[in-house]
Design a protein around this ligand. Structure first.
Ligand code: G1P
Length: 292
């Protein structure tokens, strides 16, 4: 690609999912607001988006997700109380997560028709420009963050870039899986991709792990995308169709991926990120050692 890729400014965060794998905790709390150590999952995700240069975030929400919008707004009484008590470090943490003026939009996916349909719901807010999709179930512990790594690749090669990570063969049926062609370091060109391949049929063990940079032409394709795996409109199927017209690069980013939509994944994220915290690591290690 010779032309400079168009600048990446926007991201879609699909947050309409019910969080069934971590019920009943997600009965009244959106799964994206569950704490990992002392911050909601979305706090990590928004931080990752901003680090990658994202200026506008589109949340595709659903019923019972109003708390997400509230999380990014002021809580005047709480802030006043913290101020009065001189708890400025906590106030600073709260302020870091506030939406910047005009930074966030919220739209609803009114029926659970799948990830492809959720992304399509953001089409008018995204408009005619490249955009990122970040699946907020997944925290990637990485420096620079996973989306920034993808954005760096995108700035060089343009087109569409998707984050992948190797998973055990026995788990490939849970993910979108890429069919690799050639590899150059962490960059992989692809022949295709398939959503949730049946056991034993996956073309590789490289899973599409929840970070994408896509061109807006995906919206026209999603418009006519038929239901696929699980009876849902799948983003992977639409990307596979777009691949016949545009370039796709898979990038095996550096970092540790935590699936926070899963009981053990959420536990692991809490433990791993607590152990890494300068203020908590030592105490967390002592507590875990005593437990084990
Ligand atoms: C979605 C995507 C899938 C991807 C996965 C990553 O599936 O459809 O391609 O590999 O997220 O977590 P879901 O987990 O929503 O079934």
């Amino acid at each position: 690609m010779t032309a400079t890729p168009r600048r990446l400014r926007k991201a879609v965060l699909p947050v309409a999912g019910l969080g069934t794998r971590v019920l009943p905790g997600t009965k009244t709390t959106p799964k994206e607001l569950l704490n990992v150590v002392d911050r909601p999952i979305l706090s990590y995700i928004v931080e990752e988006a901003r680090e990658a240069g994202i200026e506008h975030i589109v949340f595709v929400t659903g019923r019972a997700k109003q708390a997400i919008e509230d999380y990014f707004d002021h809580q005047v009484e709480l802030e006043a109380q913290l101020q009065a008590k001189g708890k400025t470090d906590i106030l600073d943490a709260l302020n870091a997560d506030l939406a910047r003026p005009g930074e966030m939009s919220f739209t609803r996916q009114m029926q659970p028709k799948g990830l492809g349909h959720a992304v399509w719901c953001a089409k008018d807010i995204i408009g005619d420009e490249p955009f990122a999709v970040i699946l907020p179930d997944v925290i990637v512990d990485a420096a620079p963050g996973a989306l920034k790594q993808l954005a760096q690749v995108y700035a060089q090669v343009g087109g569409n870039v998707i984050g992948v990570e190797a998973v055990p063969e026995a788990e490939t049926h849970k993910y979108g899986i890429v069919d690799p062609d050639a590899r150059d370091g962490r960059r992989i060109t692809m022949k295709g991709m398939v959503e949730k391949p049946a056991q034993g049929t996956a073309p590789s063990n490289l899973s599409i792990s929840g970070r994408y940079i896509l061109q807006p032409e995906i919206f026209d394709i999603l418009e006519t995308q038929e239901r696929g795996a699980g009876g849902e409109i799948q983003l992977t199927d639409a990307m596979a169709r777009l691949m016949t017209r545009q370039t796709f690069t898979a990038f095996e980013y550096e970092g540790v991926t935590h699936d926070c939509g899963d009981k053990i994944g959420l536990l692991r994220a809490n433990v791993a990120l607590a152990l890494k915290r300068p203020d908590l690591g030592e105490a967390a290690r002592a507590a875990l050692t005593a437990l084990l």
